[in-house]
Design a binder for this molecule. Structure first.
Ligand code: NAP
Length: 248
């Protein structure tokens, strides 16, 4: 198995894309720390699924908006598994509104979670990763609005564009240490995050997608698994769109 002996931390691993990433990494042999913020029951179900398939998992509650909580989380992973090799920054929220109506609090919440959360988790993981001197993989979950913008999502698009620029900059910093840093930019994926979209918008979106359907969390997870594994050893600073051709 390609990730045997590796330890991965997935932020927001309790649901949606994060849960699919956890299962994909564990399926490839990695021991996986599953971060969540509120939904312990959902996170527990993911852990049980990993274990039922013969894998190893650890639950880590932490709010990624706080550096101290992220450091504690990474400390718990090191204490339990003894090392860390892969970080997947997946935790994210959306608080959509046109700018004229957007509250400051909704701007702050999205930037704090989707952008500062990536900074916090990377900061917390970096020291042990460098100390291990055995390379590593960081995969950030960006989004199509971070590439092309989206009406009603100035906060979300700005955060995800920030994640993309962060990814490229950190890739340049860490290349000499054999740590790769890449991002994926999913389009519309069937999760709780997109569940609430009105049917009219879903139909409008579907019409713009070359594959004429929304994506599945497992389809994003497959790309994350590739970027977290050995097969992507000469890829860093890349942004891989997983959008069924939405942005063509
Ligand atoms: P989701 O189903 O709403 O799940 C969000 C996950 O993030 C949950 O595990 C949640 O934990 C966690 N989370 C939220 N705030 C957190 C915080 N402050 N600290 C720690 N964990 C936190 O979302 P999703 O659709 O799977 O999206 C996952 C990622 O993909 C996000 O970054 C999103 O922006 C990105 N993305 C999604 C789509 C899409 O169409 N769905 C498209 C492009 C990009 P709890 O369960 O504990 O709340």
């Amino acid at each position: 198995m390609q990730l045997q002996g590796k330890v991965a931390l997935v932020t927001g691993g309790s649901r949606g894309i994060g849960a699919a990433v956890v299962l994909a990494l564990a399926g490839a042999g990695a021991a996986v720390a599953i971060n969540y913020q509120q939904h312990e029951g959902a996170a527990l179900l993911v852990k049980e699924e990993v274990e039922a398939r013969g894998g190893k998992a650890l639950l880590c509650r932490a709010d990624v908006t706080g550096l101290a909580e992220c450091e504690q989380m990474v400390g718990a992973v090191l204490e339990y598994f003894g090392r860390i090799d892969i970080l997947v920054n997946n935790a994210g929220i959306r608080r959509d509104n046109i700018l004229a109506m957007m509250k400051s609090a909704d701007w702050d919440a999205v930037i704090d979670t989707n952008l500062k959360g990536v900074f916090n988790s990377c900061k917390a993981v970096l020291k042990p990763l460098l100390k291990q001197k055995s390379g590593g993989r960081i995969v950030n979950i960006a989004s199509v609005p971070g590439l092309s913008g989206n009406s009603g999502q100035t906060n979300y698009a700005a955060a995800k564009a920030g994640v993309i620029a962060f990814t490229k900059s950190l890739a340049k910093e860490l290349g000499k240490r054999e740590i790769t840093v890449n991002a994926v930019a999913p389009g519309f994926i069937e999760t709780e995050m997109t569940e609430g979209l009105p049917q009219s918008i879903r139909e409008k979106v579907r019409a713009q997608i070359a594959l004429e359907r929304l994506g599945k969390p497992a389809e994003v997870a497959a790309a994350v698994l590739f970027l977290a594994g050995e097969s992507s050893s000469y890829i860093t600073g890349a942004v891989l769109s997983i959008d069924g051709g939405l942005t063509l």
